[in-house]
Design a protein around this ligand. Structure first.
Ligand code: ATP
Ligand code: FE
Length: 368
């Protein structure tokens, strides 16, 4: 069985061909990151145009690299939710045409389900497991009980950690810093934080008095922005020109994000233990999504999982950020189980917003 996976939910055009064991036969990835770094954020119409220009080239490149002809494919899997409407539309439109032309089954993919399942391509990870997904658009704690069966324990109430890191990086003009010009906001903060002292900026951990598994990063970002403004005023310099304590701010930002993630995850672990939601012999926490590339966050969660007796599993960075491989893998998993496979002419719409699984986050409001 061979699956073609197509990802265009945000700013990466990613395509891959996988066999049913998860072997990557061919892959191609066009990142728009540098364009969006220059404009200071993703402009949806620009992202759409870049996807439109590259989709056919990227698909052909992945197919040629794999040596697989369209006629040999078992199915095409494409991200249809959640994401930027204009970006999702390009991948879906292309895929619909492709499956009709080659008469192939179509598997619509939930982008966050794909982030959650990627680890199963790399090693054997049986269901159920707890998963923390942290990325540019999401912050999710869920129990993965099956390929299309998730229990949603918590999510962000405002912005996502990756988005917050990108905005802080932009406020500090980090692309102008040495070695940071081509890095995403999160990567730049991780790099600068290595030589910073987090204790110089003791930011408050969000939601200290709300005993659930949800997240919030908007208030933390205001705290950070206020500190930056204060420093700029003290030193009498223009906005975004701060140099002296940028590393310390980066370290404190990264630390506070890590602690917030760990505290909510700790509560989720206790809840899962109390309710027998994980394997009792080998309970597992999977960490994935672009922000999961961050080594400091990984280390913080390693401490937590060691303390609570869980095993932490995390895909390598290239599989944490968006790619076509994870979409193709999700297609392989769904094909194997016969879940959500459509005939070539069936109608499908993209959905910019789509929760992952059954939302049980309200169960936490009164318990600690
Ligand atoms: P979503 O998956 O929610 O739709 P997305 O697809 O845009 O969002 P990903 O590609 O999964 O997001 O992740 C991109 C985000 O990851 C960016 O916000 C980026 O700053 C962040 N990121 C990448 N590397 C790191 C790192 N080393 N440390 C922290 N954040 C990082
Ligand atoms: Fe993503």
């Amino acid at each position: 069985r061979l699956v073609l996976g197509i990802e265009t939910s945000c700013d990466d055009t990613g395509v891959a061909v996988l066999d049913e064991t998860g072997a990557i036969l061919g892959e191609s990835l066009y990142s728009q990151k540098e364009v969006h770094l220059r404009t200071g954020g993703i402009i949806p119409t620009v992202a759409q145009q870049l996807h439109r220009e590259s989709i056919e080239v990227v698909v052909n490149e992945a197919l040629v690299r794999s040596g697989v002809a369209p006629s040999q494919l078992s199915a095409v899997a494409t991200t249809v939710k959640p994401g930027l409407a204009l970006s999702l539309g390009i991948g879906l439109e292309f895929s619909k045409k492709f499956v009709r032309e080659h008469n192939k089954p179509f598997i619509p993919i939930h982008h966050m389900e794909a982030h959650a399942l990627t680890i199963r391509m790399l090693q054997s990870v049986p269901f159920p497991f707890l998963v923390l997904l942290v990325s540019g658009g999401h912050s999710i704690l869920a129990v993965a009980r099956g390929v299309d069966d998730f229990l949603l324990l918590g999510y962000t109430l405002d912005e996502a950690p990756g988005d917050a890191l990108d905005k802080v990086a932009r406020r500090l003009s980090l692309t102008k810093h040495p070695n940071c010009s081509t890095l995403s906001g999160g990567q730049a903060i991780e790099l600068l934080a290595r030589s910073g002292d987090r204790r110089k900026f003791p930011f408050r951990t969000p939601m200290g008095r709300i005993y659930d598994c949800c997240f919030s990063f908007a208030g933390l970002r205001s705290q950070i922005t206020n500190s930056i403004m204060k420093k700029e005023a003290e030193e009498g310099i223009e906005q975004g020109m701060l140099l002296s304590c940028v590393n310390d701010i980066a370290a404190a930002t990264q630390h506070t994000v890590a602690v917030h993630l760990a505290k909510r995850t700790h509560r989720a672990i206790l809840f899962c233990k109390d309710n027998g939601l994980l394997s009792s012999e080998d309970p597992i926490l999977v960490l994935s999504g672009g922000v999961a590339s961050n080594q400091y966050i990984r280390n913080t969660l390693t401490v937590l999982t060691e303390k609570t007796g869980l095993r932490l599993l995390c895909p390598p960075p290239r599989f944490c950020t968006d790619n076509g491989v994870m979409i193709a893998w999700n297609g392989v998993e769904r094909l194997r189980e016969g879940k959500g496979i459509l005939s070539p002419n069936e109608d499908v719409c993209y959905e910019p917003k789509a929760p992952l699984g059954v939302d049980i986050s309200a169960k936490f409001t009164s318990c600690d």
